[in-house]
Design a protein around this ligand. Sequence first.
Ligand code: TTP
Ligand code: MG
Length: 396
Amino acid sequence: MERAILHADMDAFYAAIEQRDRPELRGRPVIVGGTPEGRGVVSTASYEARRFGVHSAMPAVTAVRLCPDGVFLPPDMRRYRAVSQQIFEIFRSYTPLVEGLSSDEAFLDVTGSQRLFGDAVTIAGRIRVEVREKTQLTVSIGVAPNKLLAKIGSDLDKPDGLTVIPTERVAAILRDLPASRIPGLGRRVQERLGSAGIRTIGQLAALPCRTLEEWFGDFGSTLYRLSRGQDERPVDPGRERKSISAETTFARDERDLDELERRLLSFSHELTFSLRSEKLLAKTVTLKLRDPQFRTRTRSHTLDQATDGAREVFETAQRLLSGLAIRGGVRLIGIGLSQLRPAEGGRQLSLLEDRTKDRDATAALDGIRARFGKGAILPARLVEPGAAESERPATE
Ligand code: TTP
Ligand code: MG
């Protein structure tokens, strides 16, 4: 039986939330991430700002130049995460087969849901209405027989679009799309295709499988199938997050070790709160520093035992920091946690680590944070003026 797959992706996610919550920003070019002084990197831009050429991952200094009247806002991850939870709750009310790709994007296998809720297009329509009613935001959805086509589809009519790619129209729809629309093509592959004069998916599909294998090895045969719109990959609800991270760009280059450590402490609490909420432990702690010349250094330490404790993460990051020269100043600092694994039945290392004294306290604090947001409770050392200028989680 043919599968029914949806790919749902919120429109200009962070920027749309800002415009929702601050009506005076509606219709204006809003740029989240990066400062008006041109520090940091753009997380996303409203569609009004995109008309000026501003996009995700662009250095803020470029965004300021392209869009001098843009409204630059620091990200408020706590608010974005709350919306993310709302939309995933809606997705999961239609099927248990939800594979999250990021905070605003998921595949849904609704093949088996159609008896209950109507065909796939009807389900997509209902999800769009429900997302709008519950969040006052818009989502674009692609409906197709596989993940590849659903993902391509959700992007075809953004923002606020619903695109259906039925099997009989696959070839016609793919033919003139740029080859870069195929998700997951690395830069090397794109350059090789470009140098062979291949721009569209149609041109790619005209190549013999043999040629693609010569160029790209094993990936060649995958590409051969993708260019024909063929993709058997199942929607995998168990897909694990590979890493989580938090980082900040300073308004002015930072040389004060205390201040750097304060940021590390804040990140340690934020990140381990996420771990504990998702019942995960992390084994590797990575410190990331960028200097004023844009040179990025990372240092990692792998723990003997995976942890979800803020103190252990902080002390590890602090040790890594002490091994690095910061005299020239620090432009960006961040912590990444990787080698994530499920915290097995009740063995919460944070509780052991914090020892009996605050044994119940960590759990109680998490409860309060979950209800009132992460900023609700912070260690005394963090309750000081000068909140982060531009925090955003790095890509996973
Ligand atoms: P995207 O879905 O890629 O972008 P978007 O939702 O802002 O815009 P659209 O889908 O309509 O094209 O990413 C979702 C959010 O993730 C985005 O709002 C901000 C964040 N993000 C970053 O912080 N850095 C990045 O480089 C990217 C691509 C996204
Ligand atoms: Mg999006």
